[in-house]
Design a protein around this ligand. Sequence first.
Ligand SMILES: Nc1nc2c(ncn2[C@@H]2O[C@H](COP(=O)(O)OP(=O)(O)OP(=O)(O)O)[C@@H](O)[C@H]2O)c(=O)[nH]1
Ligand SMILES: [Mg+2]
Length: 462
Amino acid sequence: MGYSLEDTIVAVATPPGVGALGIIRLSGEDTFEIASKVLQRPSGKFYFLGDLPSHTVHYGFLVTPEEEERVDEVLFVLLKAPKSYTSQDMVEVTCHGGPMVLEKGLEAFVAAGARLARPGEFTLRAFLLGRLDLTQAEAVADLVESVSEEGRRAALAQLEGRLSRRMGDLAGALREVLVGLEVAIDFPEEEVESEDPLADRLEGVLQGIDILMATYREGKLCREGVKVAIVGLPNVGKSSLFNALVGEDRAIVTAYPGTTRDVVEARVSVGGILFRFMDTAGFRESGHEAEEEGVRRARRCMEEGDLVLMVLDRSRPIQEGDRALLKGADEKSVVVVNKIDLPGAWTLGELGGILEGRPVFQVSAKRGDGVDSLREALVEMVGKGERRAREVPLITNVRHYQALVRAREALLRSLEAWQKGLSAEFLAADLKEALDALGEITGKTTPEEVLDAIFSRFCIGK
Ligand SMILES: Nc1nc2c(ncn2[C@@H]2O[C@H](COP(=O)(O)OP(=O)(O)OP(=O)(O)O)[C@@H](O)[C@H]2O)c(=O)[nH]1
Ligand SMILES: [Mg+2]
């Protein structure tokens, strides 16, 4: 991605397809000049946008620049630099939302001298011109893509700069320590700061980083939704449970083992949290190619799940396969004993130590008994509430998390160097590395490839 800010870019900012309205936006130094070749007053005279006051709405026609053929009847807003999304001169034209209108409108702007924008290029400009830092730019994409109430809230908080401020505080504290050290390096004969304040300050920053890192699991779940894999042997009632949890007849249920093969996903919002329930193929060796692939997918789904519902059938004796599954249970596993409406073939007591304190729910997926409590327990397990009291911004993004990990490691090294009595140069090098890692989060020191990867994720027009 080139970082040219000079040319004027244009894109349709609304989704493709038919809609009531469609918006074409432009940004760049020549925005007003270009738009003045395309936007006409109802009288047929061209507007001269440079003379219009900023942040005002105007009515007219979008025309082709040469033939002056009318393309659409429009309203447009002009935003003069620096008070715009990109902080350049911008125009946003509201057209009727049909693909033909928008395509022809876009062509008119290109014929008048604009260039088609690349994905994320408007937001990239806002970042390069310093109106947004990188966490805020990423929050724009997260906000647009947010799939749950919690995800939207976290993205907006990040867009408003809560994470940026936190990072600024941490970096500021580190920089102070570094300045002190540099003085010690340049003037070795002067009294070096006594041990405690420096170690204390480093510990303080470390603690700040730890607090942020602790929010990552929850942050990630807010942003991406909670993946709940439903697994177990064939015919135990996984698809029935899936349908009951989703509240819809989505997956095929039959009395024949081996019914489900593909992973079936359904998204449901419960208590502001997005759950992504995944129904999977029952674990067994069938010798049947499609089913075995289904089982491989089920295993992958179980590994990737944030929560795993291990389903057992209480109406038939426990199988070796059930035991094997339960032995693999870990802190993300929940045991679901199904078909409690039928006479039981075994009791929980018989499973003994195998459950190792894992939560167990007894349900009848067919009749719906116990399904609501299971759903509520899942919300509980994702664990919200705690954080709100603390008012700590959420880390929702793996890139931020990994940078925090690196900053933390560098800080631990510098602390160790200090305790070993190594010279100030050693400490300073590690501290600089920690600062760089923090700077990558906000975009101060982010390598170009990383920026490319971030902005290419955006849609065109954003
Ligand atoms: N009585 C009773 N029958 C159930 C219950 N849950 C599921 N079943 C029945 O058990 C059979 C299998 O149900 P499915 O939901 O298809 O089971 P599955 O685990 O998805 O099976 P596969 O996809 O083959 O692995 C069907 O005949 C269901 O009607 C239940 O709670 N009570
Ligand atoms: Mg099934």
